[in-house]
Design a protein around this ligand. Structure first.
Ligand code: SF4
Length: 117
């Protein structure tokens, strides 16, 4: 499956150093989680918080793998996640899929030299 259109491009190079159980500690919304369960208009605001979150991938995987139906998780609204789950109903582990996507994206950046400083 080509995951380029599923996940955010640049933001995919994230938290490979974060232990699975520790990701919540790094959540950008840790002190303002209420915004993530707001209604439609506020959800746009919430997504902005997620875009700069270092653990968005872990967060999104958690919501997708556990079929969490409420709120913004990993920058996706419940509606977007439902659509994604319907479209890719064959995915057994979103955590694994996202991890592979991150590795592929990081590899592509390393090959192109854009990740080197
Ligand atoms: S991606 Fe968004 S909802 Fe998930 S931990 Fe980060 S800020 Fe919170």
């Amino acid at each position: 499956m080509n995951t380029d259109n599923i996940f955010w491009g640049e933001a995919a190079i994230v938290s490979s150093q974060v232990e699975p159980s520790d990701w919540v500690l790094h959540a950008r919304c840790r002190d303002s989680a209420d915004i993530l369960f707001a209604d439609n208009a506020k959800q746009r605001e919430a997504r902005q918080v997620c875009r700069e979150c270092p653990v968005w991938a872990e967060c999104l995987a958690e919501a997708l793998d556990n079929r969490i139906e409420w709120g913004v998780w990993g920058g996706m609204t419940e509606r977007e996640r439902r659509r994604l789950l319907r479209k890719h109903s064959d995915v057994r582990s979103w955590r694994e899929l996202i991890r592979r996507h991150q590795q592929a994206t990081a590899g592509a950046h390393a090959t192109s030299g854009s990740g080197a400083r």
